[in-house]
Design a binder for this molecule. Structure first.
Ligand code: DX5
Ligand code: ZN
Length: 224
């Protein structure tokens, strides 16, 4: 497999030991730390905001990949960036003026991404794709960890990959939800560049080995 990135999702970490969980990730070849912000409106769940992200930033040597599952994200982009976000992704479904929101993210110096719910077609990105560093294709309905991967997502990855190649862009495709060793290879074969992994990492018997196995897919005999 190529040079895909791994982004462990801190939502599945033990919040009582956040510092040591982040230090555990620091000790691996994970590429980013995925950080899920939920507002209880766009999604049914509430997670954490800028102050907790600033605490994560204090301990993480990995770039923070922040996934905003919130209504009217423009209200928080400056604060999320100030807290230490390196990538900021907003949901297409939460943005009336998506182009403006993406420019706002870029004006802070962060990399800009758009996340799509499972029912949102990738073609909705055709007039904004050039401006994006990242697209997050949700392979579960956002709001919770430990859900089942929706296999239709593989078709969306292939379609988006073709759009990116046709336009000669370097936009990364990130897959979020229900990703683990059981499906990682088919997700990468479909064209994904970044794998988010929450429960399959933090709830594994050996989380560092789980990250290693996801990063080194195709090398047989390593899987826990
Ligand atoms: C879901 C979040 C995901 C979640 C993934 O709303 O966006 O990032 O943490 O968790 P797993 O990998 O357990 O499905
Ligand atoms: Zn996420």
């Amino acid at each position: 497999m190529g040079h895909h990135l791994i982004a462990p999702s801190v939502l599945a970490a033990d919040f009582g030991n956040l510092k040591s969980e982040i230090e555990m990730v620091n000790g691996t070849d994970a590429d980013w730390l995925h950080v899920d912000v939920m507002d209880g409106m766009f999604v049914p769940n509430i997670s954490f905001g800028p102050d907790i992200i600033a605490t994560m930033k204090k301990y993480s040597i990995k770039p923070l990949d922040v996934h905003l599952m919130i209504e009217q994200p423009d209200r928080y982009i400056q604060a999320i960036r100030a807290a230490g976000a390196d990538n900021i992704s907003v949901h297409l479904e939460a943005c009336t003026h998506l182009h403006r929101t993406i420019q706002l993210i870029k004006s802070t110096g962060a990399n800009a991404g758009v996340a799509l719910n499972p029912h949102t077609p990738v073609t909705f990105l055709s007039d904004i794709l050039e401006d994006l560093d990242l697209v997050i294709i949700m392979s579960v309905n956002p709001g919770f960890g430990a859900q089942k991967f929706i296999y239709h997502t593989l078709n969306k990855i292939k379609e988006l990959k073709e759009m990116i190649i046709t336009k000669n862009l370097s936009t990364r495709i990130e897959i979020d939800g229900g990703v683990g060793l059981q499906n990682a290879e088919s997700i990468l074969q479909a064209g994904a560049d970044v794998l988010v992994a929450g429960n399959s990492v933090f709830k594994a018997e050996n989380p560092q080995l789980a990250i290693y196995a996801l990063k080194n897919l195709g090398i047989s005999g390593l899987y826990a």
